[in-house]
Design a protein around this ligand. Structure first.
Ligand SMILES: Cc1cc2nc3c(=O)[nH]c(=O)nc-3n(C[C@H](O)[C@H](O)[C@H](O)COP(=O)(O)OP(=O)(O)OC[C@H]3O[C@@H](n4cnc5c(N)ncnc54)[C@H](O)[C@@H]3O)c2cc1C
Length: 479
């Protein structure tokens, strides 16, 4: 019998990234012994917690800071996630249909959205250009002026009303873990309340140490948010990265919006534009935000993560230079100061009200309340060699069986796409097989020609497998 603490693949962190990888490797590979280690008592207690993010399934159509390439990449990732969610028996707790739009206010933003519509239209069949009267039908509060009547300035929006646009990433993480544990023919171990302190390597194994146990594994994928970088540093990787944690806060109002309303992003500040969203777990309210405040911690409201922050910051001349470059940009400087003010109790509501009124002009001071203990932290990386802040997800794939993921927004949306990448990389490293055909049918909505597609390892012969109850259910759905 194999030693229970020895694994083919160990995953650290059971947020939506780690749990998606647990699911994909358990379902689509022949890797026999997989484990996941989480420091809290349940999956998704940090950024994937439903209250800590905006719950948006990003498709790239209402995110004006995305290039077309990036938008289409995110669209593919979102499609994969929606396919998974919609095929689950508890789909109504995972994914939600709301209208969505990005709102342009003033001539410049309206012109920008009209041009963007022309660019995106061929790729987004559901996307509509919404004039003021169309917006009024979907979101009456957006077109209503402060003193009643229609707001005067030009507005236009891009949006759709018939798509799934919100995901409970916390429920999704639980679903992934549950489904992975049901996989037949392999051992899937899930450990909670185990904080991994240190990683080292020895011969062809990694040694993964918590306070009480030392696990051994042939392959290792760390999906621990900002902590991933600290664990990468343990093995000597990613030393050219530093981590800048950007916290997001939110405000609740009574329900003034029916769906998601985004605003046009500032290119220099991709995470800056606030939006208004329904909260899938707080009916009858609209949640506005997030703000963006740099904080010296890796987990929101957890000041015990300060030492870990100092370890991943690795402050030196190059970090100082990168921060200085950021601060030299007037928009960024103003934005940082504004976001500090957003956290000061007596004035924050007044300041935030001005921002939120871009979306709902008639919003009143007394309707706004700071959402306590809501909002997570985006672990944005600084590339010290290039002296710049990296936007989006970052991955260190060592090519030697260890991968480290740092996932700011839209990391929830891209969890499955990212997991599939890591699954292929790990399978290649272990010499394991990936069932590409099953993956294509179930998640990508297509069946690859034999020998086609970007896959690693051997391809399993799927025709030999008797159709599972699950497969038959999916077939019925497709029909
Ligand atoms: C304000 C805000 C808004 C966002 N909005 C969106 C959005 O609308 N749509 C979207 O797609 N994305 C959004 N995101 C991004 C998304 O929330 C994250 O990308 C995603 O949740 C990251 O998942 P993860 O599993 O990588 O990290 P996390 O959810 O943070 O999970 C990491 C896990 O690792 C565990 N861990 C850490 N260290 C250790 C250790 N040493 N040992 C064991 N376990 C450890 C933690 O306990 C945690 O469970 C938002 C993020 C923020 C902060």
């Amino acid at each position: 019998m194999s030693n229970p603490q020895q694994y083919d693949l160990l995953i650290i962190g059971a947020g939506v990234s780690g749990s998606a990888l647990l699911y994909t490797t358990a379902r689509y590979t022949d890797i026999g012994h997989i484990g996941i280690i989480e420091k809290y008592a349940a999956p998704a207690r940090v950024n994937s917690l439903s209250s800590n993010n905006s719950q948006t399934l990003h498709c790239g159509d209402i995110e004006t800071n995305y290039t077309l390439d990036k938008a289409l990449k995110v669209q593919r990732a979102a499609r994969m996630l929606a396919t998974y969610c919609l095929s689950q028996p508890d789909r109504d707790h995972l994914i939600y249909p709301y209208s969505k739009m990005v709102l342009g206010v003033g001539e410049r933003e309206c012109a920008l959205l009209r041009a963007r519509f022309r660019e995106l239209q061929p790729h987004y069949p559901h996307l509509r250009l919404l004039e003021k009267k169309d917006i009024a039908r979907i979101e009456p509060a957006v077109v209503t002026a402060r003193r009643g009547g229609l707001r005067a300035e030009p507005i236009v929006a891009l949006g759709s009303i018939d798509e799934h646009t919100a995901v409970n990433f916390e429920a999704l993480s639980r679903s992934f873990v549950r489904r992975a544990a049901q996989s037949e023919g392999k051992t899937v171990d899930v450990f909670y309340n185990e904080n991994i302190r240190h990683i080292s390597s020895e011969a062809d194994r990694f040694l993964v140490a918590s306070d009480t146990t030392c696990y051994q594994t042939r392959a290792l994928v760390v999906c621990a948010g900002g902590h991933s970088l600290k664990l990468a540093h343990d093995l000597g990787y990613g030393r050219h990265y530093s981590c800048l944690p950007v916290a997001g806060s939110y405000y609740f109002t009574p329900q003034v919006l029916n769906g998601k309303v985004y605003t046009v992003q500032n290119d220099k500040l991709p995470f800056a534009a606030i939006h208004g969203d329904p909260d899938v777990l707080v009916p009858g309210k609209t949640r506005f935000g997030p703000t963006a405040l740099i904080l010296p911690i890796l987990e929101r409201y957890n000041y015990r993560t300060l030492p870990d922050f100092l370890r991943v910051l690795q402050f030196d001349r190059r970090v100082a230079a990168a921060l200085w470059e950021l601060l030299r940009v007037r928009d960024i400087r103003h934005y940082m100061v504004k976001n500090i003010l957003f956290e000061i109790p007596l004035i924050r509501k007044l300041l935030f009200l001005r921002e939120a009124r871009k979306i709902v002009p008639a919003l009143r001071y007394r309707e706004l309340s700071f959402a306590k203990r809501v909002g997570g932290i985006r672990p944005q990386l600084i590339d010290k060699t290039q002296g710049r802040l990296l936007m989006g997800e970052a991955k260190i794939d060592t090519g030697r069986g260890a991968i480290f993921n740092m996932t700011p927004s839209p990391g929830g949306t891209s969890c499955l796409e990212n997991a599939v990448l890591d699954m292929r990389s790990v399978a290649r490293f272990l010499g394991a097989a990936v069932d590409e055909q099953r993956l294509a049918q179930e998640l990508l909505g297509e069946a690859p020609e034999p020998g086609q597609g970007e896959f690693a390892g051997r391809m399993l012969d799927d025709t030999a497998r008797p159709a599972s109850r699950w497969r038959r259910f999916l077939d019925r759905l497709q029909r």
